[in-house]
Design a protein around this ligand. Structure first.
Ligand code: SAH
Length: 402
């Protein structure tokens, strides 16, 4: 069969979807993403479709299909199981000269949806004589090839602040990984998953921010200068950080420096260790009936230091979960202060070192004992300290963790 491939500009145009079950649930999001005016005719909807309707992204006519429904549609999707009902829609579509996609019968269809992979502005659509499985296999091959060698795209400009996640290279986001693969310059940090850097094309300029030979604040100025300088040269710069750039990552300062220099910035949030490291040790930072809040605090400045911006007395009064980052060195002062301000010395505490990596280890203790036990166990940074009753929940969860 010879097919004529085509890409449709469907935005603002009426598309009729007949059926409200699982097939429609899979098709409708793509139509919405393309801006189509989606109209669903079906006696019932799945909860996911109902959510689109409730949000105003699609319109629902709650009844069975009637041939007149096709009038005025640019495209029809048949997503019903009943072959007779489907044939009725096909017939009406044919009569109105509207293309009709049929999930139930590819030979009866006048249009097919291809298997698709999107990479920024590039969309690859694969059809294979209606054999959807084979089309998807080819699509996967192409997607893989594009991930390895992304085509240059005008979308990439300026500086992307990309969160690299807590350490496991699989915990970077899909978008983060795609932008990283397209970078001309990568400014990386000590805590980024190193293996991601091994995948960079050889011509990429890799700058190790940890090796910039100045004091901490001068080094940050130098990083800002490098980001702006390379972006101004027309290069696409990725600033890759561990976790999320805006959680104790100075991402805000870098975004400001770019804004002041007129350099466009893309923010790609990352999986922050403040949530991920506890989670991987079986600790949910919130838990029904246990903690309805969690607070993430930096422990890099001791509680009694004049530069401290943290209200430790207020934190000691909270029932919820406290997650302390960069807190190992000051752990004795922090735990002593929390106890002195009224938090019980029996409060469960966990310390999770190098969460998500092959070196992950964790220790469970109490607020009163954790300092000594952490030292005795030889726990080292990077580690998060989790304080609160949610730590006790982990006892029931950890046995199930792979
Ligand atoms: N932007 C990062 C945090 C940077 S501050 C994020 O969102 O995760 C550095 C601190 O993060 C470390 O001292 C440690 O407390 C914590 N940290 C980072 N990666 C970690 C990991 N894999 N396991 C445990 N703690 C981690």
């Amino acid at each position: 069969m010879s097919l004529y491939p085509l890409a449709l500009r469907i935005a603002g145009r009426r598309v009729l979807v007949v059926g409200g079950g699982t097939v429609a649930t899979r098709r409708v999001p793509g139509l919405i993403a393309a801006g189509a005016q989606v109209e669903i005719v079906a006696p019932e909807l799945t909860p996911a479709l109902q959510a689109h309707v409730d949000a105003g992204r699609a319109v629902w006519t709650p009844r069975r299909f009637a041939p007149g429904d096709v009038a005025g549609a640019w495209l029809v999707h048949v997503a019903v199981d009943d072959p007779q009902a489907a044939a009725q829609v096909s017939e009406a579509a044919e009569e109105h000269r509207v293309f009709c996609v049929r999930a139930d019968d590819r030979d009866a269809a006048t249009a097919w949806t291809p298997a698709v992979t999107r990479h920024g502005q590039v969309t690859v659509a694969v059809t294979d004589g209606g054999d959807r499985r084979r089309a998807m296999a080819v699509r996967d091959l192409v997607a893989h090839a594009l991930e390895a060698a992304p085509p240059a795209s005008p979308e990439f400009k300026g500086v992307a602040l990309v969160g690299g996640g807590p350490g496991d290279p699989e915990l970077i986001t899909v978008k983060g990984r795609r932008l990283l693969a397209a970078a001309d310059v990568v400014v990386a940090d000590r805590l980024v998953p190193g293996i991601l850097l091994g995948e960079l094309r050889p011509e990429v300029e890799l700058i190790d921010a940890a090796k910039i030979p100045y004091g901490p604040s001068a080094a940050q100025e130098e990083i800002n200068r490098i980001l702006v300088d390379r972006a101004t040269q027309g290069k696409f710069v990725v600033r890759l950080k561990g976790g999320d750039n805006f959680v104790f990552g100075r991402g805000g300062e870098e975004a400001l420096a770019c804004a002041q220099a007129g350099v466009p910035v893309v923010v790609v949030p990352g999986v922050t260790s403040s949530i991920a490291a506890p989670a991987l040790a079986g600790i949910p930072v919130t838990h029904r009936g246990v903690a309805h809040e969690f607070t993430v605090v930096s422990g890099h400045i001791p509680p009694d230091h004049p530069d401290s911006l943290v209200d430790w007395a207020a934190l000691a009064r909270l029932r919820g979960t406290l997650v302390v980052l960069m807190g190992l060195k000051n752990l004795p002062a922090i735990t002593a202060r929390l106890i002195a301000e009224g938090r019980s010395a029996d409060t469960p505490v966990a310390v999770v070192q190098e969460g998500s990596t092959a070196h992950q280890r964790s220790l469970r203790s109490t607020l009163g004992a954790v300092t000594g036990e952490t030292a005795a166990a030889g726990i080292r940074p990077p580690a998060v300290v989790v304080i609160g009753d949610v730590v006790a929940v982990a006892e029931q969860i950890t046995p199930a963790l792979g």
